[in-house]
Design a protein around this ligand. Structure first.
Ligand code: KG4
Ligand code: ZN
Length: 338
């Protein structure tokens, strides 16, 4: 191998769901390029991600996206010292495109391949914008597929305190948006509409808010369905704002309690739902009140990207060495320590 375990220039590849992404990151934190090609318009007409359509789109886009990431970084293939790709969790066909591409490139360039956990990558997104975030840190990982409350004790050391027992937070946003005829993806639409609504108009349930560390969002979704059926004249903006308030309230209340109980120095948001304006406001206010550091990543770092994959590649390469080229896609991969 031309590069040793100290490889510094990492090409990251992300294809776990509906974003085809590639990035070049050095030293685990310096982002030289971060290219994301979203399939959101392709899937919008189906009202959700269609796995087979996603795989095909990844196959068509991955090479141009990698080329662009190298171009924007001002590098060529031979400058890359390791290739990291998300190998799970996610859609199996979609994951395979990124994993196969990364392995082929690692073989051709004679550099290590690193198989990366997508959830771990979301945790590292924060460090790309704030490299000296202090730990222990409470991270709320909220996306279309996951809702997890995590205590990050040190680099590569986590404790999953709780997760959703039914719908993920983003899934609940998407389902409620569909019910209100707001289009796909629903989270940003609800966020936009809520600005015109009254968050106190309807007291939607806050399931399990003071009970343990897990979350449940299917009840609030059903409560929205029932409310809209019973009171069809309620302005959609009030329904959206009240729903959003209930979800943000539960998420922040639990994260805040976890930070207090575990002596965290700060709280951090991660995943697509972390873009939600009300959730960000409530998180910032809670941290201000409790004397904690709040870290709210930019929109680009909240959603799926390959810079966070390359960052984890850098850490994992040092901790565990290269992954085997026999490592395949693992659609139900869990976070280490879970
Ligand atoms: O992390 P992500 O890009 O993809 C995965 O699920 O892995 O998250 C997408 C989810 C979708 O459910 C989308 O509706 C939600 O994040 N989302 C939002 C907002 N922006 C994206 N939810 C609430 N408010 C937003 N502003
Ligand atoms: Zn994600």
């Amino acid at each position: 191998m031309s590069a040793d375990i100290g490889a510094d220039v990492i090409l990251g590849i992300e294809t776990s769901c509906d974003e085809t992404a590639a990035a070049v990151v050095t030293g685990g934190v310096h982002v030289w390029s971060n290219v994301v090609s979203s399939q959101v318009e392709i899937h919008a007409k189906y009202g959700g991600v269609v796995p087979e359509v996603a795989s095909r789109a990844h196959v068509e886009t991955i090479i141009p996206v990698v080329d662009e990431a190298l171009d924007r970084a001002g590098l060529e293939g031979r400058d890359i010292e390791a290739v990291a790709a998300t190998h799970g969790p996610g859609l199996v066909g979609a994951l395979l495109v990124g994993v196969s591409t990364a392995k082929a490139m690692a073989l051709v360039w004679d550099v290590p391949f690193v198989a990366v956990n997508h959830l771990e990558a979301h945790l590292y997104a924060a460090f790309l914008e704030e490299p000296d975030l202090e730990m222990p840190l409470v991270v709320l990982l909220v996306s279309g597929g996951h809702t997890m409350l995590i205590l990050m004790e040190d680099h590569l050391r986590y404790r999953v305190l709780g997760s959703t027992v039914d719908d993920a937070a983003g899934e609940a946003f998407d389902k409620v948006a569909r019910l209100l005829d707001l289009g796909y993806p629903g989270g940003p639409e609800i966020d936009r509409l809520s600005v015109e609504g009254d968050p106190a108009a309807i007291a939607f349930p806050r399931a399990m808010v003071n009970d343990g560390w897990n979350f449940s969002f299917s009840g609030v979704k059903t409560a929205v369905v029932n409310h809209v059926r019973k009171f069809p004249e309620t302005p959609a903006a009030d329904v959206a704002a009240s729903f959003q308030e209930a979800v943000a309230d539960v998420l922040v209340t639990k994260a805040r309690r976890a930070a207090r109980e575990h002596g965290a120095s700060g709280m951090c948001l991660s995943g697509g739902v972390a873009a939600n304006s009300r959730l960000r406001e409530k998180m910032a206010a809670a941290c201000r009140d409790d004397g904690l550091r709040a870290f709210l990543p930019s929109q680009a770092m909240c959603t799926d990207n390959a810079a966070m994959v390359a960052a984890v590649g850098w850490w994992r390469l040092r901790a565990d060495g290269p992954s085997s080229l026999a490592a395949g896609a693992d659609p139900s991969l869990r976070l280490p320590g879970h």
